[in-house]
Design a protein around this ligand. Sequence first.
Ligand code: AR6
Length: 178
Amino acid sequence: MGNTKLEVIQGDITKLEVDAVVNAANSSLLGGGGVDGAIHRAGGPAILEECKQIRARQGGCPTGEAVVTTGGNLPAKYVIHTVGPVWHGGAKGEQALLTNCYRNSLRLADEKEVKSIAFPNISTGVYGYPKDKAANVAVQAVQEYLQNHDTGLKRVVFVCFDAENLELYQDLLPVQPS
Ligand code: AR6
């Protein structure tokens, strides 16, 4: 899409050699399970320290917003922590909030002049967002952002942990010629 390649892979986001990985965090920014736990475990204590400093400044991170820390021991230079919505049936603004997660993460990535970024399937674990709906929102939000911004991003990678998400994303993103 333009100069930016959209990719889908199955795997562990903590292993990726990209400039920034996105974390599906919670508003406390103090860590948790799922991909959040994996990123803090693999990235080491520096990430939590920076999250605590951000908390001290702004009191956590509201749903749909994003904050950035360094990547600690991860191959990635930055972690962009965003807070996905909890699924309450779809009438509580979940779609707009999930769109904001992708949009605000990309905005921060551009501010940091990131060339490659990897997203997990935000909100589709503990937060219960239906995977098919979340995949649609994710792909649409990223495509819209890329259409509307003069971005330096060369690669956006959707990292799927489970086979169901992989299949959903592969259906939405036909393989691009390289
Ligand atoms: N790499 C890539 N994806 C992963 C990994 C990994 N290492 N581990 C899990 N996933 P979740 P949420 C996938 O629950 O629904 C945390 O406790 C997972 O299969 O991590 O946004 C936070 O602190 C799923 O598809 O995040 C919050 O409290 C996706 O990542 C809460 O969970 C998201 O699942 C956020 O819930």
